[in-house]
Design a protein around this ligand. Structure first.
Ligand code: UDX
Length: 423
């Protein structure tokens, strides 16, 4: 069954949602407020790294299933569904800023046909469905929560082959209509109330961040007791209740979601009367992890006045997104201790950070360096020629914050090697 869907916001979530719904056969109109962005998208040019997204947009444009317009009010007139995919950035106090969501709802309200269903896709605090209903001011427009569980870099696959679809609605007919949009998706579709759907999204991200902070804390324990974290985590992961996924130690977790959502759920809980001390600990361990990586550098060189090479700037491999990147947290700390940082990333060509020079290749980044930090798990870094690097560094020290490299091979070439959770 083909439906007409308007998608408000063409960022990571909105563009993926629009292109995938068009791929599923629906008629989709995406709207944004930035004219240049609409022009770019209408030409089929995709400003973000997402596997398959460019192909889906191209097919959608060619088939007429997908169009882009300027301004939300120009997208909704014929829509049966309006997906709100606008940013919900973090406010200074840690809470989610819902001003974009409210503005979008107010802007479209008068243009909506009776019975149109408005769907919250953005990650929003518990109670936001009510807030959107108030902003719309229309009793004939049901509002439904349909949170996204998309990972950057694999968002298209995560949308078309999700582990589950979560729909939160008090109006079960509206929930059924939103569920029907996903008929081409083979995954469990669960219907609950809006508060539970909104909480599920935050809880899932908070749990994943908790799993990562636990992994990094166990890595620190391994270093202290002389165990190898890779074997410890492998032994843990065989337990089906734990699993092997999301158990890779690193420099800490980052990105546009985990840091924002972790702080938001702490604020949401506190505002509702619960002290989410566990989650505060998860965030604190993550901050400590940035310091631990810098501490490893300081254990082999006097950072002040030296050059340190940081390989990897993006918050994870296969994306160019540097928002809340752990690599940047490590660089900030190194510069604050007097280091000059030379950075390289296959997908990132510049950063606005005093004391950091971004260069065009890994070897240039290593020239004159007294230590090298592997901060992002790009495959490119696995195959670096360390015989060549040995000739250009000032001192042979590697801090492998992603346990990416061959420890023995580096040590045989005269490098000190420090991983995470490995001695
Ligand atoms: C995350 C959630 O996975 C996704 O479900 C949600 O919808 C949005 O937030 P994303 O932010 O794209 O997705 O990144 P993710 O792949 O989860 O990685 C987050 C951070 O954790 C990155 O910095 C990554 O390097 C780090 N990470 C991830 C680890 O350090 N170890 C791991 O094993 C996995």
């Amino acid at each position: 069954m083909t439906s007409t869907i308007a998608v408000i916001g063409t960022g990571y979530v909105g563009l993926t949602t629009g292109a995938c719904f068009a791929h599923l056969g629906h008629c989709v109109i995406c709207a944004d407020i930035v004219p240049e962005k609409i022009d770019q998208l209408q030409r089929g040019e995709i400003p973000i790294h997402e596997a398959r997204l460019e192909e889906l947009v191209r097919v959608g444009l060619d088939s007429g299933n997908l169009t882009f317009v300027l301004g939300a009010e120009n997208a909704v007139a014929e829509a049966e569904f309006v997906y709100l995919c606008v940013p919900t950035p973090q406010s200074a106090d840690g809470s989610a800023d819902l001003s974009y969501l409210q503005a979008a709802a107010s802007e479209i309200s008068a243009k909506l046909r009776p019975g149109t269903i408005v769907v919250n896709k953005s990650t929003v605090p518990v109670g936001s469905t009510l807030l959107v209903e108030q902003a719309l001011g229309r009793s004939d427009i049901p509002v439904v929560s349909n949170p996204e569980f998309l990972r950057e870099g694999t968002a298209v696959d995560d949308f078309l082959n999700p582990d589950r679809v979560v729909i939160g609605a008090d109006d079960h007919a509206a929930a059924g209509r939103v569920a029907s949009l996903h008929l081409g998706v083979r995954a469990p579709i669960m219907v609950t109330d809006p508060a539970s759907a909104e909480t599920c999204k935050y809880a899932a991200n908070a749990f994943l961040a908790t799993k990562l902070s636990f992994t990094n804390a166990i890595a620190a324990v391994c270093e202290a007791v002389g165990a190898d974290v890779n074997d410890v985590l492998l032994g843990m992961g065989y337990d089906h209740r734990i699993g092997h996924e999301f158990l890779r130690p690193g420099p800490g977790w980052g990105g546009s979601c985990f840091p924002k959502d972790s702080k938001a759920i702490i604020t949401i809980a506190e505002d509702a009367g619960y002290d989410f001390s566990l989650m505060r600990g998860v965030v604190a361990v993550n901050e400590e992890q940035f310091d631990r990586i810098v501490g490893k550098v300081e254990s082999v060189i006097d950072v002040d006045g030296t050059t340190v090479s940081v390989l990897g700037i993006a918050f994870k491999a296969n994306t160019d997104d540097t928002r809340e990147s752990p690599a940047l947290e490590v660089m900030k700390r190194l510069v604050a201790k007097g280091a000059k940082v030379k950075a390289y990333d296959p997908a990132v060509t510049s950063v606005e950070l005093d004391g950091v020079e971004v260069v065009g290749d890994a070897y240039s980044a290593c020239e004159g360096a007294s230590a090298i930090v592997i901060a992002t798990e790009w495959d490119d870094f696995k195959w670096l020629d360390f015989d060549r690097i040995a000739d250009v560094v000032t001192a042979r020290n590697v801090v492998d914050a992603r346990n990416l490299l061959d420890r023995g091979a580096l040590r045989r070439r005269g490098f000190t090697y420090q991983g995470v959770g490995r001695n």
